[in-house]
Design a protein around this ligand. Structure first.
Ligand code: HAM
Length: 429
C-alpha cells in the first residue's frame, strides 16, 4: 500500500458521525429507560471471548459459527472470537460470577457492538449494534410474555407502529428431537429438489431448512409437518398460555410454525419482531429472541431457565428513517460586539449547568454569520446580547420558528427559557 492510499473503514463496518448520534442516543436512552423500568440492570461484557463459548452455545452447524465469526489465535495461544451476539457472553458471566447463588431471578440488559462476517447489504453489517435483555431463573410463561411486551413497548416508544410480532415454540429437547426426526423423514424423499445449502443442512441442521429463502425449499416446506404438533403436553400448555397472555396484554401476534431462528440454544418460545415501513427492505427482522432453558447447564452452570431478546439498532434506525428529528441545541447565544464574549461564555456556562443545551460562535465573527450558523443548526431560540441589552441587564430572545423577538430581563431568563422549551422526557436527556 502506498503512503498516499487512503485507509477506509473495514467493509461492512461503519462510522456513526455526530449528526447521526442524536437518533442513536434516543433509541439507546428509550431502551435503557424502559429496561430499567422493567427491573433490568445493565451489564457490560468483553467484546472478545474464547471461541469455544460461541461454538458450544450457538452451535457448530449454524451459519454464525460455521461461516461468520471473526476468530483469531492470540499470540499463538488461545483461539478468541469477536462476539457475534450477547447471549453467550451473558450466560458465561452468569455462571462465572455464580449469580444463581445470589438471587433467584436475574435480569440483565446490554447495548453494544456485535460482529458477524455476513455479506454486507442494507440493514446487514459486519459490525452492528444490539440492545438486548436476558432474564435468568424464571421458567415462564409470564416472563416470556413480559419480555415480548417490553420489546414491543420499546419499539413503539421509538415511534415504530407498523410491527409484526411472530411467535413459535420449538419445545424442549425431547420434543425438538422428535420433530427433527419427523422433518428429516419428510424431507428425505425431496432431497434432490432442495437447494444445495438445504441438502447440506439436512445432515447438519434440518430445522434451519424451514426458514430458507430459496423458493424451491419454501415450496417443499409448505407441506412439512408443523412443529406445534410435536410438542409435549407441558410445552404446548406453556405456548398456549403465552399466546393468551399476549392477547391479554393487547399484543397482536401471529403464530408461525416455521419460525426457527439461526441459533441452536433455543428451546420452547421463539419470537421475532418484523418491521413493515421505512427503508428496511429485505432485512426486516428488527429484533429476535427466545427461551434457552438448557444453555446455562450446557455451559457448566446449574439448570436455569432463561429467556431474552436482542434488537438491531441500525435496522431500527432504518425503519424510522422518515421520522422527524428534533434540534440538538436549545439555545444559541449571539452578540454583535466581540468585547461581550466573556459575558457570552459566562452565560453559556450557566445555561449548560442548568441542563439547557446551549452553544455560541466564540470566534468574534459578524452577527449575521452567527445567526446563519444558528439557523443551519435548527436551534429554536437565539439569545442576543448587545451593548444596549448589557446596559439594561436584559436579553433579546429571538424565536427562530415564530420569527418574533422580545426583550426579557436577565433575572427572568431561566424561567422564560424553560417555559418555552419543549419538555424533554428523562430518557431523551
Ligand atoms: P439474532 O436474531 O441473531 O439474535 O439478532 C438479533 C437482531 O440483531 C436481529 O433481529 C437484527 O435486528 C440484528 N442483527 C443481526 N445480525 C445483524 C447484522 N449482520 N447486521 C445488522 N443487524 C443485525 C441474537 O443475536 C440473540 N442473541 C437474541 C437473543 C437474546 N436470544 C435470546 N436472548
Amino acid at each position: 500500500m502506498s503512503a498516499s492510499t487512503r485507509i477506509r473503514a473495514v467493509k461492512g463496518m461503519h462510522d456513526v458521525l455526530p449528526q447521526a448520534m442524536a437518533r442513536w442516543k434516543r433509541v439507546e436512552a428509550l431502551f435503557r429507560d424502559l429496561a430499567e423500568r422493567h427491573g433490568y440492570a445493565e451489564i457490560r461484557t468483553p467484546l472478545v471471548e474464547p471461541t469455544s463459548l460461541f461454538v458450544r452455545s450457538i452451535g457448530e452447524s449454524t451459519d454464525i459459527v460455521g461461516k461468520e465469526m471473526y476468530s483469531f489465535v492470540d499470540k499463538g495461544e488461545d483461539s478468541l472470537t469477536l462476539r457475534p451476539e450477547g447471549t453467550a457472553s451473558a450466560v458465561r458471566a452468569y455462571i462465572e460470577h455464580e449469580i444463581h447463588a445470589q438471587e433467584a431471578v436475574t435480569k440483565w440488559y446490554y447495548i453494544g457492538p456485535m460482529f458477524r462476517r455476513e455479506r454486507p447489504a442494507r440493514g446487514r453489517y459486519r459490525q452492528f449494534w444490539q440492545a438486548g435483555i436476558e432474564c435468568f431463573g424464571d421458567p415462564g410463561p409470564y416472563s416470556d410474555a413480559e419480555a415480548i411486551a417490553l420489546l414491543v413497548e420499546v419499539l413503539r416508544a421509538i415511534g415504530l407502529s407498523e410491527l409484526e410480532v411472530v411467535v413459535n415454540s420449538i419445545g424442549s429437547r425431547s420434543s425438538k428431537e422428535r420433530y427433527r426426526q419427523a422433518l428429516v423423514e419428510f424431507l428425505k424423499p425431496h432431497k434432490e429438489a432442495l437447494s444445495l445449502e438445504s441438502q447440506r443442512r439436512l445432515e447438519t441442521n434440518p430445522l434451519r431448512i424451514l426458514d430458507s429463502k430459496d423458493p424451491k425449499d419454501q415450496a417443499i416446506c409448505k407441506n412439512a409437518p408443523a412443529i406445534l404438533d410435536f410438542l409435549s403436553e407441558q410445552d404446548r400448555a406453556h405456548f398456549e398460555s403465552l399466546c393468551e397472555l399476549l392477547a391479554r396484554l393487547g399484543i397482536e401476534s401471529r403464530v408461525d410454525p416455521h419460525l426457527v431462528r439461526g441459533l441452536d440454544y433455543y428451546s420452547r418460545t421463539l419470537f421475532e419482531v418484523r418491521g413493515k415501513g421505512g427503508e428496511l427492505g429485505a432485512q426486516n427482522a428488527l429484533a429476535g429472541g427466545g427461551r434457552y432453558d438448557e444453555l446455562v447447564e450446557a455451559l457448566g452452570g446449574p439448570p436455569t431457565p432463561a429467556i431474552g431478546f436482542a434488537m438491531g439498532i441500525e435496522r431500527i434506525l432504518l425503519a424510522c428513517e422518515n421520522t422527524q428529528e428534533g434540534p440538538s441545541l436549545d439555545v444559541w447565544v449571539a452578540t454583535p460586539d466581540p468585547s461581550l464574549l466573556p459575558c457570552v461564555l459566562e452565560l453559556l456556562t450557566l445555561l449548560r449547568r442548568d441542563g439547557i443545551r446551549a452553544d455560541a460562535d466564540l470566534r468574534g465573527t459578524s452577527l449575521r454569520s452567527q445567526l446563519r450558523r444558528a439557523q443551519k443548526k435548527g436551534v429554536p431560540f437565539v439569545l442576543l446580547l448587545g451593548p444596549e441589552e448589557e446596559a439594561k441587564s436584559t436579553f433579546r430572545l429571538k424565536d427562530m420558528e415564530g420569527h418574533s423577538e422580545e426583550e426579557i430581563p436577565q433575572s427572568a431568563l431561566f424561567f422564560e427559557l424553560k417555559r418555552r422549551l419543549p419538555k424533554r422526557s428523562p430518557s431523551a436527556l
